[in-house]
Design a protein around this ligand. Sequence first.
Ligand code: GLA
Length: 546
Amino acid sequence: MSKRSRLVPGILVLALAAVGLGVLVLRAAAPAQALGNGLALTPPMGWNDWNAYGCNVSESLVKQTADRLVSAGLAAAGYQYVNIDDCGLQHNRDGAGNLQPDFGKFPDGISGTAAYVHSKGLKLGIYEDAGTATCAGYPGSLGHEQQDANLFASWGVDYLKYDNCNNNGSTTEAQYVARYSAMRDALAATGRPIVYSICEWGINSPWTWAGNVGNLWRTTGDISASYSSMLSIFHQNVGLASSAGPGAWNDPDMLEIGNGMSATEDTTEFSLWAEMAAPLLAGDNLVNATATTLSILGNKAVIAVDQDPLGRQGRQVSSSGGLDVLAKPLANGDVSVVLFNENAGTATVATTAAAIGKSGAPSYTLTDLWTGGTSTTTGTISASVPGHGVVMYRVAGGSSASSSPSPMLTSTPASASPSASPSRTSTSPSPSAPRSSQAPGAACRVSDVINAWSTGLTSSITITNTGSATVNGWSLTFTLPSGQTITNGWNAAYSPTSGQVTATNVSYNGTLAAGASTTIGFQATATGNTAAATSFTLNGTGCAVG
Ligand code: GLA
């Protein structure tokens, strides 16, 4: 593969950190409505190669990982899907227009690989794109939906992740629904049960329309293996509970457990994802995973919360000063509670049985899902929680309000408000109506994730600069519209495990009055390679820049 072809167009994800006074906006969400293919009645569990390997996927990796899922006990714990992400195909269709496996990477093709995975009692997933090319530049399925779906079914594919790069310039919701529904119908016509995973990064609010299109839908841009990325994605996903239910799940992206966060942070991600009824798709090198990583991924009490048949996504009961309480009603009347401390230092996080929807008992039993310890309480549910950590309880006793609407957020968060991120491919225009908000008086501050960089970089990098910098031959440049300058500099980090560059803490001078907007460009280049420019639009709500 040429160097050029390894350069993946940047997907730029904007997550506004609305510092200060933000009132949490509970985003409108359509009632849960399932696709009706009878699949994914609990959130899908498995593994995907992308986070740890990028384009370096192969049949041997897939087979070794399938073996490891079994030998490590993860298959028995529920991890079922072994998913091949981008870069498993050839760059051209054959003479009959069929997609072709990269036989260098997959000597037995996808069908041979699927047969092996099936022989282990597991299922095989594949990746395609609702555009003219995948994010890594392989042929897309737009206009070839039925032919490709038929091929996937003939290969024995059980799961399709369907991405959004090179999407023919589509921007409107109707265009998104049309592209993603075409593959839904094509998959249905094959007659093979294939879980359908929509990956449009939350651009067109899929939680409002994808319930009867896909079994799950990404709600955000790409995750990376950092606490800040995981936290940002949690904030974007947590307010979408009302659109989730059996067969229809919000997808805050694959797990980064084992990819570089601390064990505390890995435990936090697993707890939050389970509480949010998210797909649990491990994204690490499972073959060499540590005992700690395997024990986090294998925590059956937490998995049971994620896989609870009631299928409710946990809701934020309270959030103040970076201390969050989430509650998830469970099928047997218990309630799962996560006490989450977003901040660096240890803090007490507290709630009550009433606040999580429990009532009618003189005392309640709390089972700590990470230590296994039990305790009782007459009402207060409280714990000392380490920085970036969680305490997760299963609360039993009394009756629960699980059949009525779950508790809603009542307080105001101090740190960030969730907002869907305007994202775009490098070949299509920015969404016409960026969904972003900023707290009045707050700095205009952004975090970006630039997805999928050259595999030529092998070491972690952190750079702090203004304007531009060169790292390992890559030149990173922010371009700003006339009259705008970067005042506080910016930080960028490259993670070889995720293959992503993350730029954070970018601040702009000037004030974005309500109704005003500005566009910021980002360009990444390296010798012989140029990623198409990406840009995003900030919609002003009166943020002032310090
Ligand atoms: C997009 C998706 C990622 C991954 C890459 C592959 O960025 O969001 O999850 O599939 O494409 O190129």
